[in-house]
Design a protein around this ligand. Structure first.
Ligand code: ZN
Length: 130
């Protein structure tokens, strides 16, 4: 490799983008005068017209689609599913592997009557027979 080739290779900037899925940095070359590769937004010119620039500066670019109410509703729904799965397995209506991972946070709030009934029927009966 000649000295000219070496020096041009030294000047090639790499893309600074990080893959969300893996957390690893992109290994592609950045486009000339840009910090990222073409795949990671170097081809974008950004807003060009005065109207577009104003629109971009006033836009909310941070994702915030979820509201607290929606998050609570989803959390309760997953807790209900976990309760139904627990009761189904406890009453031997369901077989097979259980859902992996931690239990949902709001298990105490979902189906309190069903949980009390399950406690009375399955768990206390198991304690008596043991
Ligand atoms: Zn890239």
């Amino acid at each position: 490799m000649s000295k000219i080739e070496q020096s041009s290779a030294m000047q090639c900037a790499r893309c600074v983008a990080v893959f969300k899925a893996t957390g690893q940095r992109c290994t592609a070359f950045a486009l000339a005068g840009k910090r990222t590769c073409a795949r990671h937004g170097a081809l974008s010119t950004g807003p060009r017209t005065a109207e577009g620039k104003k629109k971009c500066s006033t836009a909310r670019t941070v994702h915030g689609g979820d509201t607290i109410a929606i998050r609570k509703e989803r959390s309760l729904a997953s807790a209900r599913l976990a309760i139904l799965e627990q009761v189904g397995h406890g009453l031997k209506m369901m077989t097979g592997p259980r859902t992996r991972g931690r239990k949902p946070d709001r298990m105490g709030e979902a189906y309190p009557e069903l949980q009390a009934l399950y406690q009375k029927l399955v768990i206390e009966r198991a304690k008596l027979s043991a």
